[in-house]
Design a protein around this ligand. Structure first.
Ligand code: URA
Length: 200
C-alpha cells in the first residue's frame, strides 16, 4: 500500500474508532484509546481495556501495569519502532471491570482493521481476556502462557497480563521470561537486530 493511501486509511480508522457508539462504553469514556508505538510494527501487544490513566491520556498501558510492561520492553531493547500496543476494547469499562462479550464483539471490527493496517508478524496477548477474544475460548493460563502458536502467518504468544504479574509476585519472572521469548522471536524472524553483548 502506498504511504499516502496508508495514511488516509489510518486516519479513517482512527475517526471511525473515535466516532463509534456501537456499545455503551464510549459514553463513559474520556478518550478512545487506540494505540501507542509504531503504526507498522512487527510486534503487536494486545491487552484488555484502558484503565483510568489510559482513559485520561488517551494512550494504552501508561499506568502502573504499563510501567511494568514498558520496563521489560526497555530491558530487552524492544523499542517503539518494533511495537504497537493496543487493547481488545478501546474505551474504558466503568470501574475497570472486564469488558463484556458484546462490547468485545462491538470493538472487533476496529481491531480487525488495525490488524490489516499494522500487519504485525508477532502477537503478544496479555491476559485471559485478550486470549479469549482472540481464540474464542477461555484459557488455562498456566497451560497456554509462554508458548508459540503459529497460525495464519502470525506467531502468537499468550502471557500474563502485567497487572496480574504486579499483583502476584511469582508471576513476574514468567512474564519477564515471555517478553524475552518475544525478543528472541523478533530476532529469529530477522525483525530485530541481535542484542549487543553486555559490556562491563
Ligand atoms: N490494562 C490493559 O489491559 N490495558 C491498558 O491499556 C491498561 C491496563
Amino acid at each position: 500500500m502506498e504511504k499516502a493511501e496508508f495514511e488516509a486509511r489510518w486516519n479513517r480508522f482512527e475517526d471511525n474508532c473515535r466516532q463509534c457508539h456501537a456499545c455503551g462504553l464510549r459514553d463513559g469514556a474520556t478518550n478512545v484509546v487506540i494505540y501507542r508505538g509504531s503504526k507498522n510494527a512487527p510486534l503487536m501487544i494486545i491487552g484488555e481495556a484502558p484503565g483510568g490513566d489510559e482513559d485520561v491520556k488517551g494512550l494504552p498501558f501508561v499506568g502502573k501495569s504499563g510501567m511494568l510492561l514498558q520496563n521489560l520492553l526497555d530491558l530487552y531493547d524492544i523499542d517503539e519502532s518494533l511495537y504497537h500496543i493496543c487493547n481488545i476494547v478501546k474505551c474504558r469499562p466503568p470501574e475497570n471491570r472486564r469488558p463484556e462479550r458484546e462490547e468485545i464483539a462491538a470493538c472487533k471490527r476496529h481491531l480487525a482493521e488495525q490488524f490489516r493496517l499494522v500487519r504485525p508478524q508477532v502477537i503478544l496477548l496479555c491476559g485471559s481476556t485478550a486470549y479469549e477474544a482472540f481464540y474464542g475460548q477461555k484459557p488455562t493460563m498456566r497451560d497456554v502462557r509462554g508458548r508459540w502458536d503459529s497460525r495464519n502467518g502470525y506467531q502468537i504468544m499468550t502471557s500474563y497480563h502485567p497487572a496480574y504479574a504486579l499483583r502476584n509476585e511469582e508471576m513476574k519472572i514468567p512474564f519477564y521470561e515471555d517478553i524475552g521469548k518475544v525478543r528472541n522471536k523478533l530476532e529469529e524472524l530477522g525483525l530485530a537486530a541481535p542484542l549487543a553483548p553486555l559490556s562491563n
